[in-house]
Design a protein around this ligand. Sequence first.
Ligand code: ADE
Length: 257
Amino acid sequence: MTASPPPPAPWRATVLTLFPEMFPGPLGVSLAGRALASGIWSLEARDIRASATDKHRSVDDTPAGGGPGMVLRADVLAAAIDAATIAPERPKLLMSPRGRPLTQSFVRELAAGPGPLIVCGRFEGIDQRVIDARELVEVSIGDYVLSGGEIAALVLIDACVRLLPGVMGKLESGTDESFSDGLLEYPQYTRPQTFEGRTIPDVLTSGDHGKVAAWRRAQAEALTEARRPDLWADWQARGPREQTRTSQKAPKSTTDG
Ligand code: ADE
């Protein structure tokens, strides 16, 4: 008798933060919460302050060269990173508005790996030397400034977790939606047939799957062209073969977003 292969190691997020009580937060409910409870992924929120060494447990200091605010100390954060003993194949990320933009393709890349260490910054920033010495990859969730990296980390983890095998049903495999193929999602409708005088477009109740697919594709293209010229330019730059391959999708039916 041959032994069955061991189950795959769950995707793992290790978060370094001054506010570990912010985790799992919203990730403890709904799709991500159920997957967390069932062991599809795991979360460890570690307190950076536990690595402070002075009697005041201080983690920050005034910026060299002057200026407002406080800077997270390199020695304290480096000790916290080292204490987390992260396997070398796991990405080490720092949430930061000056980082690499978090896109759906970057999310897919992170979801396909073993799961990241995520450092959440606070204060005016963190000492550059620890970013360099521990080779942290800075990641931004958008061109605005949050009061810390925690909410950005929650966004990143949520986007990854919903792509893990077994988190969404078979039909809702996370592919038929905005960004998965480079286009914004087409409009959706459900009963009632008439709402405040507005009816569902006839094509969607025609039963003609070919026409439905063509209508959805045209809607997705029109929305993308009107709202996101950047995505539209990327889409047009692709060859027609690549566009066709990625736009053949099964309908989705999730209520989880
Ligand atoms: N920390 C503060 N603002 C941020 C942003 N926009 N993205 C990632 N981390 C952040």
